[in-house]
Design a protein around this ligand. Sequence first.
Ligand SMILES: [Zn+2]
Length: 365
Amino acid sequence: MCLSLGCSSPHNPLNCIVPPHMLRVMALRGDDKTARMARSLLKQNAALRDERAEHVSPPPPAQDGGTFAPHAVSPAEGLCCPDRRIHDGDGKAALPGRLVRAEGDDATGDADVDLAYDGAGQVFSLFADEYGRNSLDGAGMPLIATVRHRRNYNNAFWNGDQMAYGTGDGEVFRTFLELSVIGHEMAHGVIQHSGGLIYENQSGALNESIADVFGALSLQRSLGQQIHDADWLVGRGILGPGINGVALRSMKAPGTAYADDLLGQDPQPWHMDHFVTTTEDNGGVHINSGIPNHAFYLFCNYIGGKSWELPGQVWYRALQQLNNPMASFQQWADQTMDAVTAIAGRGTIEAVLLRRAWKLVGIAI
Ligand SMILES: [Zn+2]
């Protein structure tokens, strides 16, 4: 659900890291080789969407009057270990490919394999140790990933069951094995198993934004970074050497991650006044996600400290309590206010600062 309208069924999303607007610009502006690559990615992803539709997970059961039971916000007892299974796609399209490193195996010395393994462990640890969640589904599901998916593949995705990472072609993208990208893709799995957010319009942009949030938190936590020391970039360093840009997206300054002859200009707004109404990209799910991304960044910036602590707890709790797959930005903002009230208390400085963060992006709660 990521690269073209053709691969965009809101109920069966294929969550790719590279948004379709980037590929469309490449198809228009690139030289023959690049334009061919972009067109072929758009086509491949239509086919992947169809595969995805065949094994989409059923919605989680509603409990007690239709409310999803939240996971504990404090670390749960007995959570321990991920079950990682990293495969080598050997440049082919078949998934998952050849198992090359299972849980507990020593490092292989193959950088891609070891980055996928270590990254999956970091993301597992964020959700388990900070939010008490046992893997993406809350029930210990294995973390299946494929590296070297297809040849020179310029994308990474979560297909509902597993992560897959291309190597990039070395020109437009140099890699996808970067922790904020890994965290983003795995967070799509968490969202899917937390009641889901339909992948179109505002609920789709929330899906994208929440994936960016937990991607950023995975990276910051692994670095032990304070909020004010973090760069708040998603996909830093993955763009190719000739591309004028620092990352795929910036939560601190949406719309500034890249400005390049080939890729165009980062189209993300940070305020509701600049909300983009479009039929492309499932209603701009990778574009308007800049608005809730920036609200999260502002909240963190006001609070200080570590993003994965109180701010991450608030966003995680809101996701567990939301119970509304078609949520609007306004409804999500209200849910985060309920969450901060439950965690920090009514009328606390944290609640005041959260309200201020949303107000600054044009959403009153
Ligand atoms: Zn995504």
